[in-house]
Design a protein around this ligand. Sequence first.
Ligand code: ZN
Length: 144
Amino acid sequence: MAKYPELTELLNLSNLKVVHYQLVGQNRINLFVEPTLDMALCPDCQQASMTIHDTSEPQMIRDLSIWDRSCWLRLLPRRFKCAHCQKTFVEQLAWREPGRDYTIRYEQHIYKRARKEPISQIAQDERLSEDAVQGIFERWAKKG
Ligand SMILES: [Zn+2]
């Protein structure tokens, strides 16, 4: 059972629950999130692994703003050990590309805006650097 079922429902990211939240000043909210699945697929042999090897340091991942607050997801990435091939691997998440500091839907939101609006305006509204906005725009423009 999620501790905050309403926040989990509002967040609406697949296989993810909200276990805690924190308001930071007037402009930010942190949602503490955890994957709900007990397993992950090994990228090498495609077998399901149920064994968590360890969890990494918490990562902060930017998501869509809510109620005029920047929203950040605090996640501890889980590393699994595959019982079949013995390799360890970090689980893949459908809503975030590996290594990115943003959810996919947040990058798409920035990309859509950047097609119509000045980079500087978006950076100011979203409290991002212009380089960050430009980087997201170029990344998604390449994807077509
Ligand atoms: Zn494997």
